[in-house]
Design a protein around this ligand. Structure first.
Ligand SMILES: [Zn+2]
Length: 382
């Protein structure tokens, strides 16, 4: 069945850059876009969706989310907003709740969040493990994630679990050995939380090298809470993405700018931990590819809203609205090494959002407002 979306006031194609076309139409057939052009020349289609002059964008691509967990950490958030520091230690609270939850509870919670994200325009989302931290629990998390999404990331190296306190290297051996063997069949990517208090550069390298040998793509939590080796390690290992990038020196910025490792910025984390934002302007001016993602997780960024991240990026990280929209769509696709997402052209996935607004500018201009009127996901109106 084909569907023509006509009368598009402003079409963001991302082909190339923001690629804005006015008075446009898009025809989809099945789950693919088959035609893009002027609305007045729309070819015949089985059905028609009149955008009535609104803006149409590719669906958002959220390349960084932690959705397999149980419980929440609202009390920790409340304490933080009353002055407590964020250290990442609360991850262990979620680990305990996740281990105690049934498959069905974890599945229902993840589907709830994927649905919540979809209603806000996210048509692709990545899901990480990392709240199981045993061989069976990490494999379970990834098995459940793989039921729901295409991009699943093995994050056994999220934090050293309490039962390995003082024996971090033993835990690293488990993560790169038996746990990787159990997780790999359900994972497309591997990731490490490379940070003081979590895993150092040597440990991250050992884990990522083992994962790459198993055919997994690489991504890395890097330079979130302080300076460190993460970003340069990500670039050296050819990772698809270095995520957070909050504390960078000139060599980190140069490394990102001269590689195809995407700098994925997660401003929901800085918002929710009341921390300084990454300097997106510096990365963009250096020539790095920047993605925006939610980091949706119950501890440090419990938002599934890409429009919220766009608004933060514009207001707090000195990105232009055009740069932020590009980063939330084509940037996310680049961070997942996908050429058929985040772009509107023939052959691309038929994931489109129709705004309740005439321009992409409104996503940052009207923060907190539900501006997604209609969503086409795999060609199907939602
Ligand atoms: Zn994360």
């Amino acid at each position: 069945m084909s569907l023509a979306v006509t009368n598009i006031g402003e079409l963001v194609t991302n082909d190339p850059h923001l690629g804005i076309v006015h008075d446009a139409a898009v025809v989809v057939d099945g789950d693919r876009i088959v035609w893009v052009g002027p609305s007045s020349r729309t070819p015949a289609a089985d059905s028609r969706l009149d955008a009535d002059g609104a803006a149409v964008l590719p669906g958002f691509v959220d390349s960084h989310a932690h959705l397999i967990f149980a419980g929440d950490r609202a009390a920790e958030f409340g304490a933080r907003m009353a002055g407590a520091a964020y250290t990442g230690g609360g991850i262990r609270t979620t680990v305990a709740a996740t281990r105690a939850a049934s498959d069905d509870e974890l599945r229902r919670n993840a589907r709830r969040l994927v649905g919540e994200a979809l209603r806000q325009g996210t048509t692709t989302i990545e899901i990480k493990s990392g709240y199981g931290l045993t061989v069976t629990e990490e494999a379970r998390s990834l098995r459940l994630a793989a039921e729901i999404v295409e991009d699943t990331t093995y994050l056994g190296a999220h934090v050293v679990p309490a039962e390995y306190a003082g024996r971090a290297d033993d835990y690293v051996d488990l993560v790169r050995g038996e746990m990787l063997d159990a997780a790999a069949p359900y994972a497309t990517w591997a990731d490490v939380f490379c940070e003081r208090g979590a895993f150092d550069g040597d440990q991250a390298r050992a884990i990522l090298t083992a994962a790459a040998a198993r055919g997994l793509g690489l991504r890395l939590h890097a330079n979130q809470l302080g300076p460190g080796p993460g970003v340069r390690l990500a670039v050296e290992l050819g990772a698809a993405s270095a995520d957070h990038c909050t504390h960078l020196d000139d060599a980190d910025v140069d490394a990102l700018a001269s590689s195809d490792t995407v700098a994925t910025l997660l401003p929901g984390a800085e918002f929710s931990t009341r921390s300084p934002y990454p300097d997106a302007r510096r990365l963009l001016d250096a020539g790095a590819t920047v993605a925006l993602a939610t980091d949706c997780n119950p501890g440090s960024s419990y938002t599934s809203s890409m429009p919220f991240c766009i608004a933060l990026a514009v207001r707090e990280m000195r990105m232009t609205p055009a740069e932020a929209v590009f980063a939330a769509t084509a940037g996310g696709a680049a961070a997942l090494r996908r050429t058929d997402l985040g772009i509107v052209r023939a052959g691309a996935r038929a994931d489109l959002i129709v705004l309740d607004a005439p321009s992409h500018l409104h996503l940052a201009y009207r923060p907190g407002v539900p501006l997604i009127r209609t969503i086409l996901h795999d060609g199907v109106p939602q």
